[in-house]
Design a protein around this ligand. Structure first.
Ligand SMILES: [Zn+2]
Length: 181
């Protein structure tokens, strides 16, 4: 895997994963806007991501879907999608080549608490590449259950209409753990 100005590039398969600029062949991990962008000639995604991508992106030449767990040979590699547990259709991309097995995931969530996503599945590999937006040691997050209880304590839809709406919105937001009050 190579880091290029268009994003992460798999030379053995001649495709980019979640490219930041238009490319000929893109593999998209999930439909969030910081991973799925338009302008690609071809886009490979999970089956359950397709309606979301259709809805969000208007300028993709052609889509192809790949069922979870089913492998696809692309040039000199074999690509397989596994659920990432982040949002509906989010996947980890396993790439098997002669030099080893790499798993690339955009965002992932192994707590199985997301209301809509297919449950995360662990995948054996030699190299694991993941997004880590808030992974720097400067971030220190409280226990998610404590946050939920604090946010919802005494707050109902009538007492504070902002709280339930916020929790619904993060279905499409960045946090890896989603709660619905
Ligand atoms: Zn995301």
């Amino acid at each position: 895997m190579l880091v290029t100005e268009r994003g992460l590039y798999c030379a053995e398969g001649d495709f980019f994963i979640d490219p930041v600029r238009p490319v000929a062949r893109a593999v998209i991990t999930h439909a969030h806007s910081d991973h799925a962008r338009g302008g690609h000639e071809y886009c490979l995604c999970s089956e359950s991501s397709l309606p979301l991508l259709h809805n969000r992106l208007s300028s993709v030449g052609r889509y192809e879907t790949l069922p979870l767990g089913q492998s696809l040979k692309i040039k000199d590699c074999i690509l397989t999608f596994f659920p990432a547990g982040h949002i509906l259709g989010s996947v980890q991309v396993r790439i098997e080549t002669a030099s080893g097995t790499t798993v690339v995931t955009g965002d992932h969530n192994f707590t199985h608490k997301h209301a809509a996503a297919e449950p995360y599945e662990s995948v054996r590999c030699h190299t694991f590449i993941t997004e880590c937006t808030f992974g720097l040691p400067i971030y220190n997050w409280p226990d998610p259950n404590w946050s939920l209880q604090k946010s919802c304590a005494g707050g109902s839809a009538t007492a504070n209409p902002i709280i339930p709406q916020s929790f619904m919105l993060i279905l499409w937001g960045k946090p890896n753990v989603c709660y619905i009050c």
